[in-house]
Structure formats: C-alpha cells, structure tokens
Ligand binder design. Structure first.
Ligand SMILES: [Zn+2]
Length: 94
C-alpha cells in the first residue's frame, strides 16, 4: 500500500497590497462591515438584532464611521423614518 504523501500548501499571498493610509484602511473596514438592521423601536424593541446590546451596536457604528457617516445622524434618520412609516425598519440601513 503506498504511503500517502502530503502536498504542501501554496504560499499565502495577499490579493492586494496592504492598506497603508488611514483612508485605505477605512475603505477596507467599510467593505467588510455592514450596519445591522434597526430594530422596530416603535414596537418597543431597542436591542440590536445581532445580539451585541443596544442599537446601534458598536459594529453598526463602526460600519457608519468607516463610511464617513455620523452615527447620531444615521440613527436619528432611521428612527425618524420609523416614525413616519409606521415603525417598521427599512430593509437597508446604509
Ligand atoms: Zn448590531
């Protein structure tokens, strides 16, 4: 019976050059993080659906900040929208 031989893994290479500027790092973070959907606050829910505490959670705020959006302004706009549309969150938040 032949002895199985291990095949070495190919060397790991980055697909792109590493981000070197703050602008590039923010863009990479924005590409990887999506804000969580807002809870139905008018129905009494104030917890982030991702289970990370109150909404907006740190991930949601980080996603907004990486997109150069102000977390307070974003949250306010979503809550105002819920007030005018009957309280159900929009399917997209960014
Ligand atoms: Zn969340």
């Amino acid at each position: 019976m032949p002895t199985p031989t291990a095949t070495p893994n190919p060397p790991t290479t980055l697909q792109t050059a590493p981000a070197t500027t703050a602008e590039q790092r923010l863009a990479e973070i924005a590409a990887r993080l999506d804000p969580c959907p807002a809870p139905a606050t008018i129905a009494g829910y104030d917890r982030c659906p991702c289970g990370r505490g109150s909404w907006p959670c740190g991930i949601t705020e980080a996603a907004w900040i990486a997109r150069k959006l102000d977390p307070y302004t974003q949250a306010r706009a979503i809550l105002d929208d819920q007030l005018t549309t009957g309280g159900w969150p929009a399917l997209t938040t960014a």
